[in-house]
Design a protein around this ligand. Structure first.
Ligand code: ADP
Length: 438
């Protein structure tokens, strides 16, 4: 990452320096050209004031020192005077661009290549009062020459700037990546990293996720330990009883009793495994899978019918009230919820107690409530009964075939349906659990 930032910045710096140097050369050459033409213009003014006509008429000699060439051309292009070449041998000049411009606009200028690459010929022409054209010309450095001459200096400047940029980009890359590296090296103390404000949201999100991961890892560890513990009890019983039978140490009557115990333990194992599998299935299932319009009343009716026998066995009256109410949900999951709640209401009830299942609507929200006249739940336990394997009275739960997972499954399914779970319980009076579909 650091290397990549560094390389990118160096690439940008390289292009920027190159562009700057090229622009500088272009500006410098334009100014230089301007300067040469300014000189030529000054010569032209001086020559005009020095009465050039007289010089032309007398064919007076003007020194070619400083490389200055002076030509006078008539309005038809004939060369009248030249201080270097013989006028009569010179061709008609009316086609030359600076002469054309001067005839048309009063003045003209142009640059033409000389025989040598390093030099250019600069021409400046001006129309005089008598209609003749005065042209002054001078040989001076060409753009290529200027570039070649300044090349060593340009290379030195280029390298120096590149070095400076390399140091700066390295420092910058370090200041960008440094805090991130520090964070990665020690995730537990990320908030102590001195970064820049833009990093704060990232630090916050990673911190939260880190805490969530730790929490869920702890929960999973705790769950695994609980599962192992729960499985161990029935398995130990099965192993113990079967060993006794295997060794022929039990009489016929006890064999029947032990066989019954083994059967009970195996059933307990099956229910446990069923609930554990159900929970892990729910953990990985996403919402709205197999969702449909479900009539809660009809669903409650099925559960009540299924549990009627069990209620009678416990000496509990099971009643359903309310009417047809449609919710959008998973029928099988909702059936599980109602079944678990009714099953608990029967199992944690008193002799001759009652269970009332009601399907209704309040504040435009459909609800189903399961109310019993049972043992109730102490306030201190109320907040925890929806946790996995949490049981108020372990022996009562086990005796009635509980796994401690029923309400955890209920809570999970309610969450998948975005439904609200309300618990109202008074010890010795009874419990009501209501699921409100919002
Ligand atoms: P279990 O399989 O033990 O019934 P649950 O998850 O269904 O597990 O319930 C957790 C605990 O909450 C139970 O062990 C019980 O102590 C308490 N509980 C649940 N429903 C009722 C109820 N209707 N009345 C009193 N206690 C209840």
């Amino acid at each position: 990452m650091k290397k990549k930032i560094n390389l990118r910045m160096m690439y940008i710096a390289f292009l920027a320096i190159l562009a700057t140097l090229i622009t500088l050369i272009a500006v410098f050459y334009t100014l230089f050209k301007q300067e040469v033409f300014d000189d030529l213009r000054a010569y032209a003014v001086v020559l005009q004031e020095a009465d050039i006509d007289k010089i032309v008429n007398n064919k007076a000699f003007i020194s070619e020192a400083d490389g200055l060439r002076i030509t006078v051309i008539s309005d038809d292009g004939t060369v009248l005077y030249d201080n270097i070449a013989e006028e009569t041998q010179m061709t008609n000049h009316s086609e030359r661009s600076e002469i054309v411009d001067a005839m048309k606009n009063g003045k003209g200028q142009t640059v033409r290549r000389s025989e040598t690459l390093s030099e250019n010929m600069y021409y400046y022409a001006v129309k005089m009062e008598n209609g003749n054209i005065l042209r002054v010309a001078k040989e001076s450095s060409s753009a290529i020459y200027i570039i070649l001459k300044s090349l060593p200096m340009l290379i030195v400047i280029f390298v120096l700037l590149l070095l400076l940029c390399s140091v700066l980009s390295r420092t910058l890359a370090k200041s960008i990546v440094g805090p991130i590296e520090q964070m990665a090296a020690d995730m537990d103390h990320m908030d102590q990293v001195e970064g820049y404000p833009e990093l704060e949201p990232l630090i916050r999100t990673i911190n939260n996720q880190h805490a969530d991961i730790l929490k869920s890892a702890n929960m999973r560890q705790e769950f695994t330990a609980n599962v192992s513990h729960e499985l161990k009890t029935p398995l130990t019983a099965i192993s113990g009883y079967s060993e006794l039978i295997e060794n022929g140490m039990v009489n016929e009557q006890d064999t029947m009793r032990f066989g019954k115990e083994i059967h009970r333990s195996a059933n307990r194992l099956l229910t446990l495994i069923d609930d554990i599998l159900r929970l892990s299935e729910l953990d990985s299932s996403s919402e709205s899978g197999n969702f449909e319009q479900v009539d809660l009343y009809e669903l409650a009716q099925t559960c009540v019918e299924m549990l009627q026998m069990s209620a009678e066995k416990h000496g509990v009256k099971l009643e359903l009230s309310g009417g047809k109410r449609i919710v959008y949900g998973n029928k099988q999951m909702l059936e599980e919820v109602v079944y678990n709640l009714c099953d608990n209401a029967i199992r944690y009830n008193k002799e001759n107690g009652s269970v009332f299942v009601n399907v209704g609507e309040e504040d435009d929200n459909v609800y189903i409530s399961v109310k019993d006249t049972g043992i109730g739940i102490d306030t201190e336990h109320q907040g925890r009964i929806f946790e996995r394997f949490y049981r108020v009275d372990k022996s009562r739960s086990k005796k009635t075939g509980g796994t401690g997972l029923g309400l955890a499954i209920v809570k999970h399914i309610a969450e998948l349906h975005h439904a609200q779970l309300c618990l109202d319980s008074t010890p010795g009076v009874g419990t009501e659990i209501k699921i409100i579909f919002i």
